[in-house]
Ligand binder design. Structure first.
Ligand code: GLU
Length: 303
């Protein structure tokens, strides 16, 4: 097996030297790019598409190779993390660029990636069914989920937070919402937390957090709760209407969802994270650098 960690560890500087070929497939930060940066006057890809990759013993990789493209599960309504601009058709966000980095490490450029939007409640099943090769989308590593699937990572750490309407009375912890209605996504860790530990809080659930945010703006619910990193994206999208309040109530460690038992692919992705040099940081800066989120790349856990 040819270990692709060598390529991943070349880092940004060397990758920039190899940039020209990658740029030909589309501008960085655009659907054809390699997760490159904008605003520095040049099209500088953040990572290179690996060549002649072999991952002996990975059923997922074999499937990808046979198909000639990667099928990735993502979110597309979470600005800054996993977002599809339906007017320009451009996908953006930290998770999307992590998904692109993984595809590139397997030898697949943007034009060989098919994205499937999958809501929180349907992720495990999509992976178990083989509908997607891997999932990158604010997906917390939990023991319960690990019974059905495996995770590479963690690659990001955040925690449950609260989004409220601007102008409403200050309320910065879940206890403040007793008797009120809080919205979150079906099948998510935050909705499970409220149902299990806060029986006095009424809940409204949707498949998508964007529906919760709309309800908040329309005064149909009193707060939205999910990972603060997600809420920060909505606060930036609707700065006149909503704001993030309070701190983090939980620790949410984001992993890449994978088919259970594909240890070769899981190790490959973990090695990519570990040996990626400054690539993680460059992706973070590009997608979340202006968000105010302060977080370092976490160490990949032993499984
Ligand atoms: N990270 C949490 C989860 O995996 C909430 C965000 C989401 O629903 O994607 O359940």
């Amino acid at each position: 097996m040819r270990r692709t960690r060598t390529l991943a560890s070349i880092g940004v500087a060397a990758a920039a030297l190899l940039a020209l070929t990658a740029c030909n497939s589309g501008g960085p930060g655009t659907p054809g790019g390699t997760g490159g940066d904008k605003g520095d006057g040049g099209d500088k890809p953040l990572f290179e598409v690996a060549k002649d990759v072999k991952l002996d013993g990975s059923p997922t990789f074999d499937k990808i190779a046979k198909r000639g493209k990667v099928v990735v599960g993502v979110k597309e309504d979470q600005p800054g993390l996993g977002y599809l601009d339906t007017t320009t058709n451009v996908r953006s966000g930290f998770d999307v660029d992590i998904a692109r980095w993984i595809a590139a490490s397997l030898g697949y450029s943007e034009d060989k990636i098919e994205y499937k939007a999958i809501a929180s409640a349907n992720r495990e099943q999509a992976i178990v069914n083989g509908d997607i090769d891997y999932y990158v989308g604010t997906y917390s590593i939990t023991d319960k989920r690990k019974q059905q699937i495996d995770f590479a990572g963690p690659y990001f750490i955040t925690g449950q937070g609260l989004l409220i309407r601007k102008g409403d009375p200050e309320a910065d912890k879940l206890e403040d919402f007793k008797g009120k209605t809080v919205c979150s996504a079906t099948g998510s860790t935050p909705i499970q937390n409220i149902k299990a530990n806060f029986p006095d809080i009424k809940t409204q659930e949707y498949d998508l957090y964007s529906a919760c945010v709309q309800d908040l703006i329309d005064k149909k619910v009193d707060a939205v709760t999910t990972d603060q990193a997600i809420l920060i994206g909505y606060a930036a999208q609707y700065p006149d209407d909503v704001k993030v309040t309070g701190g983090l109530f939980t620790e949410e460690r984001y992993g890449v969802g994978l088919a259970k038992g594909d240890d070769v692919l899981r190790t490959h992705i973990n090695d990519m994270f570990t040996d990626g040099g400054t690539i993680w940081k460059a992706i973070f800066e590009k997608d979340l650098g202006s968000s105010g989120i302060k977080v370092d790349q976490p160490k990949v856990d032993a499984y």
